[in-house]
Design a binder for this molecule. Structure first.
Ligand code: ATR
Length: 274
């Protein structure tokens, strides 16, 4: 029997996840269906209850419901949380088991895999700047710290509202600073986890932020953001969007559900076709 999965968001029409999981299923011979479902803004938990009743085996969760997925426990649903979920206070992957929902967040693992495996970056010993302190940044901080072997001194978080960066970094030895305080500093990896690109804006980075050979990574995909353009023009050796991260987080969700690792390279290549 076909096992049913879905991605829940609002809006959801433009999600690439159904296409990605269809390719994974074909490639691995897994008998699954995967559809995009829009839940009302105040109806996330009810939608999850409905899907479970209908026999779905799990779902992905996207904007604006990732924090709602984290809060399922506090509204009385039986859940088990991964370490990444408790750290990020947001979730993107739910697995429906008998009596309990396994709640996970694969965004950070997806980012690290894209950096290490697809872009060939060795994160050990690298100086890394993470821009942003909202949901996107908090979802990836712990997996990035793990990938840098908890060399927190090598990680800096910058944010317009510095207090949010301070909050995100609490309990770690990660540095925080304002954009102004970045003047004179340079990094091997600069990751844009802000939503600035959505409104075609550019975080106020100083010139000289990219060390020789630096990688500039934008977690957005679909078009070149002002940050990517700035990076190309101001010394980054490699500039990447977040399409690889999207496919890698999907692959990790697929693994959580099915126990099989799909091959991501052909899927990324297919999505890059014009
Ligand atoms: P998300 O879940 O996508 O991270 P969010 O929680 O609204 O969304 O956070 C958006 C992030 O992008 C924040 O870090 C925000 O900075 P502030 O906390 O100071 O608001 C950052 N951001 C948005 N527009 C930006 C811009 N034009 N320049 C710099 N940072 C920006």
């Amino acid at each position: 029997m076909t096992d049913k999965y879905a991605v829940i968001g609002h809006p959801i029409a433009h999600s690439k996840s159904p296409q990605i999981h269809k390719m994974f299923a074909e490639q691995t011979g897994q008998d699954i269906s995967y559809e995009a479902i829009e839940a009302p803004l105040d109806g996330f938990a009810a939608k999850i209850d409905e899907l479970r009743k209908k026999g779905y085996r799990g779902c992905n969760v996207t904007v604006p419901f990732k924090e709602h997925a984290f809060q399922l426990r506090s509204i009385g649903r039986a859940v088990s949380h991964s370490e990444d979920v408790d750290n990020a206070k947001a979730a993107n992957t739910l697995k429906f088991l008998d009596g309990v929902i396994e709640v996970d967040n694969t965004d950070g693992v997806g980012l690290v895999r894209d950096l290490e495996q697809n872009l060939g970056v060795n994160l050990t010993g690298k100086r890394l700047l993470l821009m942003g302190a909202g949901g996107a940044a908090s979802g990836v901080l712990l997996p990035l710290r793990r990938a840098l072997r908890h060399a927190d001194a090598n990680i800096t978080i910058t944010n317009r509202t510095v207090d949010r960066a301070r909050h995100l970094a609490r309990g770690t030895n990660v540095s925080i600073c304002s954009y102004e305080e970045l003047a004179g500093k340079s990094f091997d990896i600069v990751i844009n986890a802000t939503s600035a690109g959505l409104s075609n804006e550019m975080p106020p980075l100083p010139l000289g932020i990219f060390a020789p050979g630096a990688l500039a990574y934008d977690m957005m995909y679909g078009r070149e953001t002002p940050f990517m353009k700035f990076a190309r023009e101001h010394g980054a050796a490699v500039v990447s969007d977040g399409l690889g991260m999207l496919v890698e987080q999907a692959a990790e969700s697929f693994y959580i559900w099915r126990g099989v690792h799909p091959d991501t390279a052909p899927v990324i290549a297919a999505l890059r076709q014009p």
